[in-house]
Design a protein around this ligand. Structure first.
Ligand code: ZN
Length: 289
């Protein structure tokens, strides 16, 4: 038995169980212990710098007391603790499982991203910044910065998901480059030439679409510095197209899908991070290694 103290809380854990799963605790327990070593109830005693709640979630998971499925209420907090501490204390089996679970609530691919609800993403986002700051999991950052772009125009977010003021500044500037991509989509759509019908009727329909559909309009009326266009279903861009011919509609649909893919694939570039390939390679080392 070993006693672990985190903040004002003590945890009693079987030494065998800890040494079997964590090389860090194994080394700690293997160190020769003199008689002067502080003991609690006759058991060796270790004080850690982690928070008591993090340690509790981590140890409970390690001992099989808590399971993933029962942690729905505080899922991001729980997952964040297990990911960070399983990396810190080198518990490979738990780390692989936890990081994999993390991608199920914080996808690194566009398809998974669109399914997530914005509110839950904001809540999870604050934990993501914490995880990334402590562990080498930068593949979670592009989308975390993306969510953080929802700061208001005074850059005073009611509930910032990153505590670092530099992140707020970064998002306030870099989000304009993302919005420019969507503006380019609208320029291209407006100036496109119709391949099949008369140029005039499709051109009129395009102008009606530009003033009637709120998505292109919002990009130019200066009322909003940011809008999460990645989460907008493609079909919403096709509203108010009036008499736009089917070819032009298909072209618009394709352009929206292409822009989404490009915005996603360039997210690391927008936020001055290494490419997705580099980030994912780093990330996968935690899932496989
Ligand atoms: Zn047309």
């Amino acid at each position: 038995m070993i006693v672990i103290k985190a903040e004002d809380k003590v945890f009693r854990v079987y030494s065998d169980l800890l040494s079997r799963q964590s090389s860090i605790f194994r080394d700690m327990l293997a160190m020769p212990q003199s008689d002067e070593v502080e003991k609690i109830d006759g058991h060796p005693y270790v004080e850690v710098q982690d928070s008591a709640s993090d340690m509790e979630m981590f140890l409970n998971t390690l001992q099989g007391v808590r399971d993933w499925e029962t942690e729905r209420v505080s899922y991001p907090a729980f997952l964040s603790a297990v990911v960070r501490l399983s990396i810190k204390y080198d518990v490979p089996a738990l780390r692989r499982r936890a990081v994999r679970h993390l991608t199920s609530i914080w996808p690194t691919e566009l398809e998974g991203w669109k399914l997530e609800h914005t509110e839950s993403r904001r809540e999870t986002g604050s934990y993501i910044f914490k995880i990334v700051r402590e562990c080498d999991l930068r593949a979670l950052l592009p989308s975390a910065f993306y969510i953080h772009c929802e700061i208001n125009d005074n850059a005073s977010l009611p509930s910032p998901i990153s505590e670092d003021p530099a992140d707020i500044t970064r998002c306030a500037f870099d989000r304009q480059r993302i919005m420019d991509r969507w503006r380019r989509l609208v320029y291209e759509t407006i100036s496109e030439e119709c391949p099949s019908y008369s140029w005039t009727s499709c051109q009129q329909a395009r102008l009606a679409w530009f003033t009637g559909n709120s998505l292109p309009r919002l990009l130019f009326d200066g009322s909003k510095a940011w809008h999460d266009y990645l989460s907008v279903p493609t079909g919403e861009w096709l509203r108010d197209v009036g008499d736009l011919c089917s070819d032009c509609q298909a072209a618009l649909r394709q352009r929206v899908d292409r822009t989404k893919k490009r915005v996603w694939s360039d997210l690391p570039v927008f936020f001055h991070l290494p490419s997705w390939n580099v980030l994912l390679e780093e990330f996968n080392a935690h899932v496989q290694g």
